[in-house]
Design a binder for this molecule. Structure first.
Ligand code: TTP
Ligand code: MG
Length: 362
């Protein structure tokens, strides 16, 4: 990866803490502080099925995801065992993902309880990204009453390893300059895609840590692992180019948003900036011969708290005044008192092409 590429991306990886069992604790406050295992009925050691996950109290007994439930029972017969309410877990997951999506359009869920966010265009630097990560944690606590661990880094690999570094309720930030120093002492198993088998083979070559892997001769790795060997070597140096993939949808909306170089308190300045964003959207709508009916605004405050408000107009339109009036009204609704604002955005949706009825510009 080139230096400029490194400097332009800041990625967050969010991973909920002991997800299923945390939800069980939330639903049953009496479970708090006791070992909780989710997966199956242990039937006094005769049960079939496996541990899906367990809380950190149960982990202290050596219980792990994937272990047979009867083995878990042998390790801790007094734990609380629940089969799990998967519909509830899915609902909670959906709320988590909806919350995370408000932080960046570049958002990629990864299973039920993890997601990547590319926040490069949302933040100015790593200090800013750290504030954003704190805000993500607060928002999740507020919306689903669960804790998570967040990793921040220059790419998905580093962010993912970082989120796993301090758990539960952790936040680990690894800047570009710190990547190799951060990775070097970690066991190779922490690396994405390195499982027990590869770990064993690496051990035969005397490689135990990611640092060992990074300083290993790449030719030796290629000889042993083929193309993967070259990848392992690159990753061990913290180089990982895969982007945060977001679903490409049919164009269903058009929008612009703007993060200010410094936070703005003056409401009139914010509204003027908003007018400018509306102009840009209007130009695009006219150029593409599109009409819109729904207008949504987004405002992010200095502390990263974010609101979005939307309204659907009476008619399809592409008039600038309709857009600006709606956007101003929506923003003002959320700005009852003066606050520091770091970002405003406008989006139009409910689109159709402009053949036929409408309020047409000019
Ligand atoms: P993980 O994020 O791997 O684990 P976790 O959230 O339970 O614990 P941690 O604090 O270490 O992040 O998996 C998320 C959920 O996925 C987990 O709560 C249960 C489910 N899961 C399975 O169903 N089977 C499995 O083998 C694993 C690993 C997880
Ligand atoms: Mg998790």
């Amino acid at each position: 990866m080139t230096a400029s590429c490194k400097a332009t991306r800041i990625i967050l990886h969010v991973d909920m803490d002991h997800f299923f069992s945390a939800i069980e604790e939330r639903e049953h406050p009496a479970f708090k502080g006791q070992p909780v295992v989710v997966g199956a009925d242990p039937k006094e050691g005769q049960g079939r099925g496996v541990v899906k996950t367990c809380n950190y109290e149960a982990r202290a007994f050596g219980i792990r995801s994937g272990m047979s439930i009867s083995e878990a029972w042998r390790r801790c017969p007094t734990a609380i065992y629940v089969r799990g309410d998967y519909r509830l877990y899915k609902d909670v997951s959906a709320t988590i993902m909806r919350t995370l999506m408000t932080f960046s359009e570049k958002f990629q869920p990864w299973g039920l309880d993890e997601a990547f966010l590319d926040v490069s265009s949302e933040v100015r630097d790593y200090a800013d990204a750290t504030d954003l990560a704190v805000s993500v944690k607060h928002d999740l606590l507020w919306h689903v009453n669960l804790t998570c661990s967040v990793g921040v880094g220059p790419n998905k690999l580093v962010a993912k390893i970082a989120s796993d570094f301090q758990k539960p309720d952790g936040l680990t930030v690894v800047t570009d300059d710190e990547v190799e120093r951060f990775l070097a002492p970690l066991p190779v198993r922490r690396m994405l895609w390195i499982g027990a088998k590869t770990e064993r083979k690496l051990k035969e070559l005397g490689i135990r840590t990611i640092g060992d892997l990074a300083s290993c001769d790449v030719a030796a790795l290629v000889e042993r692992f083929g193309v993967m060997g070259r990848r392992y070597h690159r990753w061990a140096h913290g180089v990982y180019t895969s982007a945060v993939g977001h679903r490409r949808r049919m164009r269903r909306s058009m929008g612009h948003e703007r993060t200010f170089a410094t936070d703005i308190v003056d409401r009139d300045v914010v509204l003027t900036r908003l007018d400018g964003l509306c102009e840009r959207i209007h130009q695009r709508a006219v150029k593409r011969r599109m009409l819109f009916k729904t207008v949504t605004v987004k405002v992010r405050f200095g502390n990263f708290q974010t609101f979005t408000h939307g309204k659907t107009l009476r008619l399809f339109t592409n008039r600038l005044t309709d857009l600006q009036t709606a956007a101003r009204e929506l923003v003002q609704r959320g700005l009852k008192e003066p606050r520091r604002i770091r970002l405003v955005g406008v989006r139009v949706s409910n689109l159709r092409s402009d053949q036929g009825q409408a309020n047409l510009d000019p």
